[in-house]
Write a protein that binds this ligand. Structure first.
Ligand SMILES: Nc1nc2c(ncn2[C@@H]2O[C@H](COP(=O)(O)OP(=O)(O)OP(=O)(O)O)[C@@H](O)[C@H]2O)c(=O)[nH]1
Ligand SMILES: [Mg+2]
Length: 324
């Protein structure tokens, strides 16, 4: 049997740059090693896995959950399958930014994985600008992520001013339990050296106050059908769509919709009139990149307010330009 697999948990609030950071780590993978990624998303549609697959790792995606639900059986089943199939030299885990990490940590360090995984320092990415938002500071998920972390990393420093970075440093020096290290970065550029060592296994008491939505059962996507999936919990709402790859959406119209709608978060791997695109929007900043074709288009909106899924679906359907 291989020695325990070095495992890194990348925590951080919704949209802080966790998937970007894991993609950056994958670029530093020694070519002879196999790395695996387990990614858990709040939304039901599952998009981060598709983005990471492009980086050449074994990826397993557990969509649609809060931590308490997903850290149970679906996470273990996914993790076991990843370990069996990939036999990875390293494992990277991204839990949803809207979840409590305590249960994930308990699962990873529990009986089942004791001799299988070796948990390295837990990283938590923070957008320093978020420290100005009372809603984020008061959020139990954010507090638990920070408490669980061994290392805090300020990400998105390119869009922070000096005062925001100074505020981050002062805050990071005060948090309890004290952190092993605090770093600044941008575009999720993490140093492989930060992954070395062992986690102090900081424990947090997670109140069980949040909702446990039932996982949606998804019907298969057919040529004609659009699958619409919703989720809610932790004060956030998601609407996701899966569409057959034959459907082409007008790119400009889609970006206009994303810009106007004021979503907290929007992600998509989607076939548009300009080609296959990944669209990633957080706090109003939208990134669009060309990508390779996938079996389905997937889109996901997350908002702090309830959304009218039918109205949004109609708006998307009005953007259909073409079919094969
Ligand atoms: N300006 C700036 N944008 C960044 C940086 N890092 C990530 N982003 C952008 O922030 C958006 C969200 O990044 P993700 O990596 O998807 O964030 P995430 O934490 O995985 O998001 P969730 O899984 O939805 O919680 C994307 O549009 C990224 O391109 C950064 O350092 N600076
Ligand atoms: Mg992500």
């Amino acid at each position: 049997m291989k020695s325990p697999i070095p495992t890194t948990l990348v925590l951080g609030f919704l949209g802080v740059g966790k998937t970007t950071a894991i993609a950056e780590l994958l670029k530093q993978k020694p070519s002879h090693e196999v790395w695996a990624v387990l990614v858990n998303e709040f939304g039901e549609v599952g998009i981060d896995g598709a983005l990471l697959q492009e980086q050449g790792a074994f990826v397993h995606e557990v969509p649609g959950g809060c931590m308490c639900c997903v850290a149970g059986l679906p996470m273990q089943v996914g993790l076991n399958r990843l370990i069996r199939q990939a036999r990875p030299d390293r494992l990277l885990i991204e839990p949803t930014g809207l979840g409590h990490p305590a249960q994930v940590l308990a699962t990873l360090t529990g009986e089942h994985y004791r001799n299988v995984l070796e948990l390295g320092p837990v990283l938590c990415l923070v957008d320093p600008r978020r420290l100005e938002e009372p809603r984020v500071l008061a959020s139990v998920q954010f507090q638990d992520q920070v408490a669980t972390a061994d290392i805090l990393v300020a990400n998105k420093t390119d869009v922070c001013d000096a005062a925001q970075l100074a505020h981050f440093d002062a805050w990071a020096a005060r948090v309890s339990p004290a952190k092993r290290a605090v770093f600044h970065t941008r575009e999720g550029r993490l140093d492989l050296a930060w992954l070395e060592g062992a986690s102090a296994l900081n424990r947090v008491a997670t109140p069980e106050s949040h909702l446990h939505p039932q996982p949606a059962t998804a019907a298969p996507v057919t040529q004609a059908s659009w699958q619409v999936l919703t989720n809610e919990g932790q004060g956030y709402f998601s609407v996701g769509w899966r569409l057959p790859a034959s459907i082409v959406l007008d790119e400009r119209g889609l970006l206009t919709l994303v810009g106007e709608a004021g979503f907290a978060r929007f992600k998509a791997v989607v076939r548009t009139s300009a080609g296959w695109r990944t669209i990633n929007s957080s706090d109003g900043a939208v990134t669009v990149r060309a990508t390779t074709a996938t079996a389905l288009s997937r889109l996901e909106a997350i908002s702090a307010h309830p959304m009218d899924a039918d109205a949004l679906t109609r708006r998307l359907q009005n953007l259909v330009r073409d079919r094969d």
